[in-house]
Design a protein around this ligand. Structure first.
Ligand SMILES: [Ca+2]
Ligand SMILES: [Ca+2]
Length: 213
């Protein structure tokens, strides 16, 4: 079994050290075939944890990549920024068709990463469709559960979300991320067509529990 060589190295120094130590430890490599099933699963889990901690991956030509072509790898997640524009509902369904979901933003670091790749406005996986003012992510987490929110702030006027209902009588029940500042979330009418960001976890097929080689 040689799943070490199937994974590329992280390109950040601290992760590079951890992962390359595992990859280059020939004694540990030789031990793998002697491990019990339980020990083997524990070792795989440890490798998976290290790989999930990678901030970004280097991409040597023959190394395994945690994300498909067209997706960006960052801290355990793969992201794709659409080039087409759709309603929030269509965007949600398009992400699901790629075995993904509209992006769920869980930290300032993740928000900053998205902004760094972003010069437009994109739908995110946040809505208050069921109860006005009760914002929930597409995985049913609330903002208090994720612990961060980045609504756009205005000094002397009402900040976002403002549920503006002049253009759409049903108000604004779907959220987008813009790029002007860290606090760059807006509520919008869900029927407006925008680009969108899909997200899914890194995939490690050689480390899956049913991996047989
Ligand atoms: Ca609303
Ligand atoms: Ca608004």
């Amino acid at each position: 079994m040689d799943f070490f060589s199937k994974y590329s190295l992280c390109d950040t120094p601290i992760d590079q050290h951890n992962v390359s130590k595992l990859q280059s430890d020939s004694e540990q490599n030789a031990m793998v075939s002697c491990l019990s099933d339980t020990e083997r699963q524990m070792l795989k889990q440890r490798i998976k944890e290290l790989l999930l901690s990678c901030l970004e991956f280097t991409v040597p030509p023959l190394s395994y990549k945690p994300c498909e072509e067209g997706w960006r790898a960052y801290r355990g997640k793969c992201y794709t920024f659409s080039s087409n524009m759709q309603s929030w509902f269509e965007s949600r369904d398009s992400c699901a068709a790629s075995q993904a979901h509209l992006v769920i933003i869980e930290s300032a670091v993740e928000q900053a990463f998205l902004l760094s790749k972003n010069i437009e406005t994109y739908w995110i996986g946040l809505s208050d469709l069921e109860t006005e003012g009760h914002w929930i992510w597409v995985n049913n987490q609330t903002l208090s559960e994720t612990g961060v929110e980045f609504w756009f702030r205005r000094g002397n006027q009402k900040s976002e979300p403002d549920n503006w209902n002049v253009d759409d009588a049903s108000g604004e029940n779907c959220a987008s991320v813009s790029w002007e500042a860290l606090n760059a979330w807006f509520d919008n009418s869900c029927t407006v067509k925008k680009k969108y960001i899909c997200e899914k976890k890194y995939s490690f097929p050689y480390l899956d529990d049913n991996e047989s080689n």
